[in-house]
Design a protein around this ligand. Structure first.
Ligand SMILES: CC(C)(COP(=O)(O)OP(=O)(O)OC[C@H]1O[C@@H](n2cnc3c(N)ncnc32)[C@H](O)[C@@H]1OP(=O)(O)O)[C@@H](O)C(=O)NCCC(=O)NCCS
Length: 182
């Protein structure tokens, strides 16, 4: 059992990077995959620093790209551990992009990565408890609990898909599909 407790603030990590033309997609905006890769790196750093072990990414919550990111903008990512379970942690990440000439900052996305602590033998290992020191931190923790419950409910729903519901998809004209089963 891990009897250590650590504050949310001890997990805080920020990275900033100027966006280069080499990271653009065909429409000249920064590639979403590049941003996802940076987010995975900061989640890894944040969770590993918090638990004192190297972590793996277990899952990534929905990432909505709210605004495109342009070449030359300064992207900053802030991460913190918002929730801990036994061996897992949920890291919240906020991504902002700043136009360095005008100083205008836009919120580009927020997402949640579930990271699992692994020991040197590659086995999952217990993480420290979380000390919540403000109402904001309590609310974030509560939101994670809600997300975990919603995810569980969604998984349970998936398991009750019946033949009749598959049938209704095959026979429905409302989807943009053509069924050609072999
Ligand atoms: C994630 C992984 C460690 C889970 O291993 P496991 O044997 O299923 O371990 P457990 O069932 O004991 O789960 C460990 C923890 O991970 C959590 N977890 C496992 N899968 C999860 C998922 N898909 N989403 C969220 N949390 C998950 C469990 O809830 C548990 O949390 P807790 O200990 O805080 O209660 C394992 O599946 C793995 O190593 N996956 C590959 C990770 C990886 O390589 N990532 C990079 C992708 S290239």
């Amino acid at each position: 059992m891990n009897t250590t407790f650590k504050t949310v603030s001890s997990s805080h990590i920020t990275i900033s990077e100027l966006m280069l033309p080499s990271h653009t997609n065909f429409s000249g905006k920064i590639h979403g995959g590049y941003i996802l890769s940076l987010m995975d790196q900061i989640a890894f750093a944040c969770a590993s620093k918090f638990c004192g072990n190297y972590c793996v990414t277990a899952s990534v919550d929905t990432v909505n790209f709210l605004m495109p990111i342009e070449v030359g903008e300064l992207v900053s990512m802030k991460a913190s551990v918002n929730y801990v379970g036994r061996t897992s942690m949920i890291v919240g990440i906020r991504v902002e992009a700043e136009n360095i000439q005008t100083g205008v900052i836009k919120h580009c996305n927020s997402s949640y990565f579930t990271m699992v602590s692994k020991d040197n033998e590659g086995k999952t290992s217990l993480v420290p408890g979380l000390i919540l020191t403000s109402l904001k931190e309590v609310t974030r923790f509560q939101n994670c609990l809600r997300q975990i419950e919603m995810k569980k409910a969604k998984e349970d729903q998936k398991n009750v898909a019946t033949f009749s519901s598959i049938d209704s998809i095959l026979n429905s004209k409302k989807y943009n599909i053509k069924v050609e089963l072999h």
